[in-house]
Design a protein. Structure first.
Length: 232
């Protein structure tokens, strides 16, 4: 259904192909890990409604980012600053993507992951694995906030850099290299709840012992006692 030559853009109005009236051709482009792909797509009319066989069959929309490319972008966007990702994409894939698109794609997938995240709280009735190693810590990360008392009409001047603590959690069965990870910028109780959830997902049961590792912070010891009780 594509035109023979991308450089020719003829309307072809009135011609019939496969029982459809050929209306016109339209430029269709999308981004991939191989670069930008462009074709001239034939658009047909059926009962007065446009039909686009190529894009409908391939599941492509103009200027979209297919899932394989979104995965690459999100992988980089989760590791480094959005403004540095274009350099990484040029280095590894030879493609150019604007950082605003990178930010939108990464934040979209982060939102989906956050919405799908489920915190387990009920320990299964099975025996479970013998021992689980659990660890949590804290790390300060820079975030951008808005000054509440700013009188400037320029939104850019209302921004300020703030430091916020993120609390990562890791659990795994003793002797296993398969770990379950969690993280929260929330309260210490949120950290404890996530630590219990990760332990359950690592195979915790009614007879599982939990060995907790920490740097001696009081909050870690308190949350360990709260969620695991006397089994640690």
């Amino acid at each position: 259904f594509m035109g023979i030559k991308a450089g020719k853009h003829q309307s072809g109005s009135g011609k019939k192909q496969c029982g459809y009236n050929l209306s016109r051709k339209k430029k269709l482009l999308w981004h991939t890990t191989f670069g930008e792909i462009t074709v001239w797509e034939k658009i047909f009319l059926k009962d007065g409604s446009p039909v686009r066989p190529f894009s409908e069959h391939c599941g492509i929309r103009c200027r979209e980012y297919p899932l394989p490319l979104q995965r690459v972008i999100t992988d980089f966007g989760a590791d480094i600053s959005f403004c540095k990702v274009p350099d990484k994409l040029r280095e590894h894939y030879g493609i150019t993507i604007g950082y605003s698109a990178i930010r939108n794609i990464t934040e979209k997938h982060a939102g989906v992951a956050d919405a799908d995240e489920k915190t387990e709280s009920g320990i299964p009735g099975t025996d479970g694995v013998e021992y689980i190693i659990a660890e949590t810590d804290g790390s300060m990360i820079p975030t951008i906030g808005i000054k509440a008392d700013s009188e400037s009409s320029d939104g850019r001047k209302k921004r300020e850099c703030r430091w916020q603590e993120a609390r990562p959690v890791m659990t795994h069965p003793e002797g296993s290299v398969s770990s379950v990870f969690g993280c929260t910028p929330g309260s210490t109780d949120d950290t404890g709840d996530i630590m219990l959830s990760c332990a359950i997902r690592s195979g915790m049961g009614q007879k599982t012992g939990v060995h907790c590792v920490g740097d001696g912070a009081t909050r870690i010891a308190e949350q360990t006692d709260r969620v695991f009780g006397g089994i640690t």
